[in-house]
Unconditional design. Structure first.
Lengths: 221, 221
């Protein structure tokens, strides 16, 4: 059966910089929309990619030199009209990376742009980014996912500030720490950050605890 | 660019029957796996389908004669190995329908099978169904989605029983009613169900309230 489909993957890589969620964009090197900033993306290579996740990892690495510890399928945008070349499928992924690792890996290959102030982007990339931000903010209310916006080692203050920046609201310190303690997804390390304040314990996320779900309501009634 | 991709949509239509979540399956009428029960699915028709949601609606209606009031994109399963014909993409949707409507619309065209006791199905259809059930159970902890397993008019007792069957646990009646009241997604009708007990008020879901989110935890700290 002849379908004439364009199958691509696009990656929304988010980071925290200057207190704002920012997205990695890249100037397109070919038409359509040559020269415009857009999400890193590319064709699925059926000879090379075992599945769509492998394709997303390959495209992100080839295009930006970035490797993210968190890469999750977001949504599939598939229609006759989203791409001027024809009926097109974008299996979209979102990824998270701390700003220091991101800048050290390949900062000459991409631009960073705050997600709350984006220009008009090619295809439906504005919509894809909006979906990723909504998914991240939503997951931040019940999971450890925001940890991936931090470097490997972080203090509890760093963690609270990260949740606050993602959620866009202040959280009560003692309630936050009690909740994080209950959720039990951190390992205390033997290290501490020293400075003008008293030393602050450094933590890391416990492997395999990355998607621990927080309590929800109806199931607890 | 020649990609040689098979692009399909598959629909996991769930209903409640005999106190259990059941899924609509259909005997395949062609190879591969001819004669085996599988999810209703089919190729995207690029000449006809404007987008993948339209394709899912068309395939569900053409194959089963069913129209669901709730159809949501679930996940995209895309790999070199999931289909013996080649590199294949299934954009999967899940749908909900009450058992009475379902049986009246086209019961000679499909089979119903409890989701907790499935045989080995073709392709990765067991995995697709597992994902749909997990999504439904998860969403049932914070949304009005289970309402779509009920007919248009229902009592609060019907509603509680539906949540209980989906979640697989008993809920406290007064806490459940308080939560449903707070969430404010129901319209009381002027009708009541009469019988051996005192008349019970009938409700319907308020349009556009179908995805109201319940309180979560971290954002409320």
């Amino acid at each position: 059966m002849e379908q004439n489909i364009i199958l691509t993957v696009d990656v929304v890589l988010l980071t925290l910089k200057d207190n704002a969620l920012q997205v990695v964009l890249q100037k397109r090197t070919w038409d359509p929309y040559k020269g415009f900033p857009a999400l890193p993306g590319g064709y699925v290579h059926t000879e090379e990619d075992l599945d769509s996740l492998a394709a997303a990892k390959r495209v992100l690495k080839d295009k930006t030199a970035l490797v993210s510890p968190y890469l999750e399928q977001l949504y599939t945008f598939a229609s006759a009209t989203r791409d001027p070349r024809g009926w097109s499928v974008s299996i979209s992924y979102y990824a998270l990376l701390d700003i220091e690792t991101l800048m050290s890996q390949g900062s000459d290959r991409f631009l960073l742009h705050p997600v709350d102030d984006l220009p008009q982007l090619p295809f439906d990339h504005n919509r894809i980014i909006d979906s990723a931000v909504q998914r991240l903010r939503n997951k931040s209310t019940y999971s450890a996912v925001p940890c991936y916006l931090l470097p490997e080692l972080f203090t509890l203050s760093d963690l609270q500030q990260t949740y606050e920046k993602v959620l866009g609201c202040k959280l009560d310190k003692s309630a936050f720490r009690r909740k994080i303690g209950e959720l039990d997804f951190l390992d205390a390390t033997s290290k501490a950050r020293t400075g003008v304040h008293r030393p602050a314990q450094l933590y890391r996320i416990r492997p395999a605890k990355n998607l621990v779900l927080f309590d929800r309501t109806i199931s607890k009634i």
